[in-house]
Design a protein around this ligand. Structure first.
Ligand SMILES: NC(=O)c1ccc[n+]([C@@H]2O[C@H](COP(=O)([O-])OP(=O)(O)OC[C@H]3O[C@@H](n4cnc5c(N)ncnc54)[C@H](OP(=O)(O)O)[C@@H]3O)[C@@H](O)[C@H]2O)c1
Length: 267
């Protein structure tokens, strides 16, 4: 892969692109003809360019996006030399599983820094940049957990409800300025997410019915390209779950969600 050669192709930034859905999103942007800047925290992000098809250029940045410095560095690299950013996928995120009385506060606050603070910080840069140019696309990774209270992932669920609300409000503000904001809501998807969240012993973590991250990313990218408001990604069953979550009272959905995410429920 070439690095930092100016091209006439559109340019996209993808955060959390080293594995799972984010890696598949990077593949979608590359296959769609975008040059990409992929960002993640660990060494594995350097393996991403070799996995992208096509003739696009791919740059890599290893940075901790849960910090102010990490997001500022990402934006500095993205816009180096006055480069225009055509699309941003604000995807990097983690979960913390467990019952709130037991979970570690610092783990949860660290998650909020990544899932919420970093998203707002990066979105601020991207919004000003794109509104200034009169065009651009932002793809926010939400979750079905944004639609229902999420017992045993209470802070995680709230972080995704924040992203969903924030992005949909932002969409209204910027649509007259030529900027598209799309959210996608995955259900359980087969990635490292559950291991990282400490949810291996839950029914949700152990289900064999998880969605394919490649399919999820394909649907998310298509929704962004079509300028859609949001999309529930994955299988038909996940989409039905998303629709039903909108209809049932929170009290009921919280019970169902809580059973699936309860520690030990998978044993
Ligand atoms: N999988 C699901 O069931 C599911 C369902 C709904 C929503 N989501 C959303 O999808 C995202 C997680 O993606 P995934 O499921 O594909 O999980 P994943 O494979 O664990 O990917 C998480 C990505 O985020 C990056 N990341 C984590 N901490 C970071 C940090 N401090 N700085 C920079 N990058 C960081 C990881 O990079 P490193 O490895 O370098 O840390 C990795 O690239 C989250 O936003 C989550 O809310 C997932």
């Amino acid at each position: 892969m070439l690095v930092q050669t100016p091209t006439t192709r559109p340019f996209a930034v993808v955060t959390g692109a080293s594995s799972g859905i984010g890696l598949e999103l990077a593949k979608q942007f590359a296959a769609g003809g975008y040059d990409v800047l992929v960002a993640a925290e660990d060494e594995a992000v350097h393996d991403v360019p070799a996995q992208l098809a096509g003739t696009v250029t791919a740059e890599v940045l290893r940075t901790d996006l849960s910090t102010r410095e990490g997001v500022e560095e990402l934006w500095r690299v993205a816009t180096a030399g006055g480069r225009a950013v055509d699309a941003v996928a604000l995807h990097a995120g983690v979960g913390v599983s467990g019952t709130f009385v037991d979970t570690d506060l610092e783990d949860e606050l660290q998650m909020v820094r990544l899932n919420v603070d970093a998203v707002v910080r990066l979105a601020k840069h991207a919004t000003r940049h794109m509104v200034g140019r009169g065009e651009g696309r932002m793809l926010f990774t939400s979750s079905l957990a944004a639609r229902v209270p999420a017992p045993h992932q209470a802070v995680y669920g709230a972080s995704k409800a924040f992203v969903q609300s924030f992005a949909q409000a932002l969409r209204q503000e910027v649509e007259g300025a030529g900027v598209v904001v799309t959210t996608f809501l995955p259900g359980p998807t087969d990635t490292e997410f559950f291991d990282r969240a400490g949810a291996q012993d839950t029914a949700m973590g152990q289900t064999s019915l998880k969605d394919d991250p490649a399919k999820v990313a394909k649907q998310a990218f298509a929704a962004l390209q079509k300028g859609r408001d949001h999309v529930v990604t994955g299988s038909l069953a996940t989409k039905v779950q998303g629709a039903v979550a909108n209809l049932l009272p929170n009290k009921l959905t919280a019970k169902g969600q809580g059973k699936l995410a309860e520690p030990g429920s998978g044993d």
